[in-house]
Design a protein around this ligand. Structure first.
Ligand code: SF4
Ligand code: SF4
Length: 422
């Protein structure tokens, strides 16, 4: 398929993964991760950042991850959709974003109470997302409050509302990493997906405004057929612009993504090629590269390392070497603008409602979360896969395809050794 061709990887002078601008931090991990999502919103970054509080980033050897040391499953990242309102009309939007904020969104005081509860049981990175988080007039109050309570705060934005003034406020309230969604290397491609002409230029202006403030900024790209041919140029642009990282996401058929799935999902085989290309590039480019919500990248990394006779370590390959693919429900949770808690923003399974239970109770007791924490619960080929503990497959894509979030990942080309197809 011509439109499924991806660029070939380059060999050459390398910068070890993650040791570029996203570089390692001492006493606490490296880089940040600020999510994004389809549309902009929820993000995954499965990010990690500086050890301001002396905690290790997730899985970082020597540091304890987001929660308390005794926690088996600490909440490492909380993606918080502050609003489903957004000024763009992305055709792949997870949140089915609205031009206005909708009724029923959590009040400022409710947001503060959630933060109060959160810090009693966990120390996650809090990624403030939307919709477009800057649509909330109290966005900066919420971010500042979270920061004052010791949380590490990141945000995911489409970038278009990041004026010079907003960039300064973002810095002043202590946000440590910002992700901007970039779905093309050209205005034509990006704007077509984002639904509004001029959004490419506006996103890049937002990026520059953040950089002028000295903030750490990453680009997030949702890869689908429409931009696969530009992925090499997107990476080039990210490096040229001085981004700290490029995180790629694979389209998940949820929200508006359902309608474009048939047309836009890349095949499992192309996906595989892309991940191998990404692995090559991760050794070459001077910025942090992360394949997020592409859990089988964790398999690919291990397969490639074995072929190359090397051992994956945090020092050599960054955080991806010491964490696993899908963290939905086991290290990551998503809180919707109306207070519903899900394993991740792409997996529309309600684990609890903040109006009925505390976040802590939901995190510790929800049936869905407990089920997702045990890789042996997985079914189909993921259930017998020798990589299931480091990969787990995308639970949201499994759910979209089969209606069962423990089902097999439909976009993985790998055939586990023990897998016998019916
Ligand atoms: S289910 Fe897992 S891999 Fe899939 S989108 Fe959610 S966190 Fe990412
Ligand atoms: S079969 Fe499932 S667990 Fe194994 S690599 Fe593929 S997605 Fe991951």
């Amino acid at each position: 398929m011509k439109n499924e061709q991806i660029p070939q990887g380059h060999q050459g002078q390398c910068c070890p993964h993650g040791q570029g601008k996203g570089g390692h931090g001492h006493g606490g991990g490296r880089g940040h991760g600020a999510g994004h999502g389809q549309g902009c919103g929820h993000g995954h970054g499965h990010g990690e950042h500086c050890g301001r509080h002396g905690h290790g980033a997730q899985g970082h050897p020597g540091g304890h991850p987001g929660g308390h040391p005794e926690d088996k499953n600490p909440l490492r990242l909380l993606f918080w959709e502050l609003t489903s309102g957004c000024n763009l009309r992305c055709i792949h939007c997870r949140a089915v974003a609205q031009p206005e904020r909708v009724e029923g969104e959590l009040s400022t005081q409710e947001c503060f109470s959630i933060i109060d509860n959160l810090v009693t049981f966990a120390n996650p990175i809090l990624v403030l997302t939307g919709g477009e988080p800057l649509y909330r007039p109290d966005f900066f109050d919420i971010a500042a409050y979270a920061n004052s309570k010791g949380l590490r705060v990141a945000m995911a934005t489409n970038g278009t509302l990041v004026t010079g003034e907003n960039a300064k406020k973002i810095k002043d309230v202590g946000i440590q990493r910002v992700s901007i969604s970039l779905d093309g290397a050209t205005a034509e491609t990006h704007d077509a997906f984002r639904g509004i002409p001029g959004s490419f230029e506006a996103a890049l202006r937002g990026f520059e405004n953040l950089k002028k403030q000295g903030l750490s900024v990453q680009f997030n790209t949702t890869v689908a057929k429409h931009n696969l041919h530009e992925i090499k140029d997107i990476l080039k642009l990210a490096v040229e612009k001085g981004a700290d990282a490029l995180h790629i996401f694979m389209l998940v058929p949820v929200g508006c993504g359902v309608e474009i799935a048939d047309e836009q999902m890349v095949s499992a085989e192309t996906y595989e090629e892309l991940l191998h290309w990404f692995y090559e590039e991760s050794k070459r480019v001077p910025i942090e590269l992360k394949a997020t919500c592409a859990p089988h990248y964790h398999r690919v990394m291990r397969q490639r390392a074995k072929e190359e006779g090397i051992t994956l370590t945090f020092q050599s390959h960054g955080l991806a070497a010491v964490t696993k693919g899908c963290l939905a429900g086991s290290g990551v949770a998503f809180l919707s603008s109306k207070g519903k808690v899900q394993p991740c923003g792409y997996l529309p399974v309600t684990a609890g409602d903040i109006h009925e239970q505390s976040l802590q109770e939901i995190w510790e007791k929800s049936e869905a979360f407990l089920a997702l924490r045990e890789p042996d619960n997985l079914k189909g080929k993921c259930g017998v896969c020798e990589f299931r503990k480091v990969c787990e497959g995308c639970r949201a894509r499994a759910f979209a395809q089969t209606g069962d979030y423990l089902g097999e990942e439909p976009y993985c080309a790998y055939k586990p050794r023990k897998y016998v197809q019916d």
